[in-house]
Ligand binder design. Sequence first.
Ligand code: ACO
Length: 435
Amino acid sequence: MTDEILNIVDKRTNASYDVPLFKDAIRTADLKKIKTDPDDFGVMGYDPAFLNTASCQSSITFIDGDKGILRYRGYPIEQLAEKCSFLEVAYLVLFGELPTEEQLKKFVTNITYHTMLHETTKKFLEGFRYDAHPMGMFISTVAALSTMYPESRHVHDASNRELQIYRLIGKVPTIAAYTYRHGLGFPYVYPDNDLTYTENFMSMLWKMAEPKYHPNPVMARALDILFILHADHEQNCSTNVMRSVGSSQADPFVSAAAAAAALSGPLHGGANEEVLRMLDEIGTKDRIPAYIESVKSGRGKLMGFGHRVYKNYDPRARIIKWAADQVFQVTGRNPKLEIALELERIALEDEYFIKRKLYPNVDFYSGIMYQAMGFKPEMFTVLFAIPRTVGWLAQWQEMLQDPEQKITRPRQIYTGHEQRDVAPMDRRGVVVAAG
Ligand code: ACO
């Protein structure tokens, strides 16, 4: 606590209140003491969609949206993407420091030994319709893991928590790959423990009859970088869900499934899928100005543009653009890239987007790159969910260890009827005169 004080004068009563400031925030619970009389409930904060409310203290991820800065545990995202592997970054996000060689080796072993799914979980996946959306399959299967590991509900046991964290991070690529192959009607490929996290994922996706899958190193590194960029993003919609569901002491599998459900929405992780649909709809470069005009006149949004926090270029979008270029050198350029680049150029010069500080976000280029790698748009959000599982778990663990946190339960401002009496059936629908 600092000794900075915010002084509030209540003009209704002329009473003056000192409210302590902490890192430029007040505890809205302190507003409760502002009352007109002793029976008054006191003043509350009203903040739909949490535009200006911090729900927690966190030491995991730092974002400065105006300057376009993203750091995990103090390290700039650019350096992590250039110098680290995804599992190094996962260790950092989870435990607060970059691993030593020995720590990393142990961590990699722990994750690698939890990549297999129980055969009944595989059968559970087989039960989905041939055209089931991969994200629906992913969400349901992550939730179903809760039934495999009932001890995971002991969320206050630190070593038990650690085991579930390894399990979930180990198994999400396997589930994701199974959802992909299910759609294609291909047999499932079991994990290969000789490969890295990303390479093994590629093997489970694309291995056919060959005895050993040899991933293309450029593609593997590009995917690894994308995983690094998506590992955490402080209190976004899905992370808030993870913390909120986890605050009821639900186990980490059902909590992560709920978070993944939040991620699936088109305004969140589902946006990368929508970007591709939008680029398809635009079709050719000459149709871009008309499309932008239709967005400005209120017909939908420019998908992959805008962000609640970034009011400058999303730093992840810049790195993805670079990673996409590496992939295109292997796969050939995705024709949609030309449309995306031109769309970005025109939008960034347009007064509508400038005024509202709308820049490309992480989803604008990731889909184009994923498509060049051979993924259908339906898979894009699943690819996002794999690395974000690390962030969800780090935030979940931080929440459970925070002595200030309790079950999440916002207040509301009630706008409904005053008390009224239940009318018999034959009188309902009749407007009863007051009095
Ligand atoms: N295209 C056109 N106009 C937009 C866009 C967009 N993509 N995004 C915001 N605006 C406009 C709004 O209509 C609003 O205009 P107004 O002031 O005239 O009413 C203004 O910009 C402010 O937008 P809000 O919706 O208030 O911003 P908010 O912070 O609530 O929304 C969001 C952020 C959801 C990301 C929004 O920008 C959006 O829907 N973008 C498209 C979907 C998308 O790409 N989502 C991915 C986000 S990144 C992620 O989750 C991983």
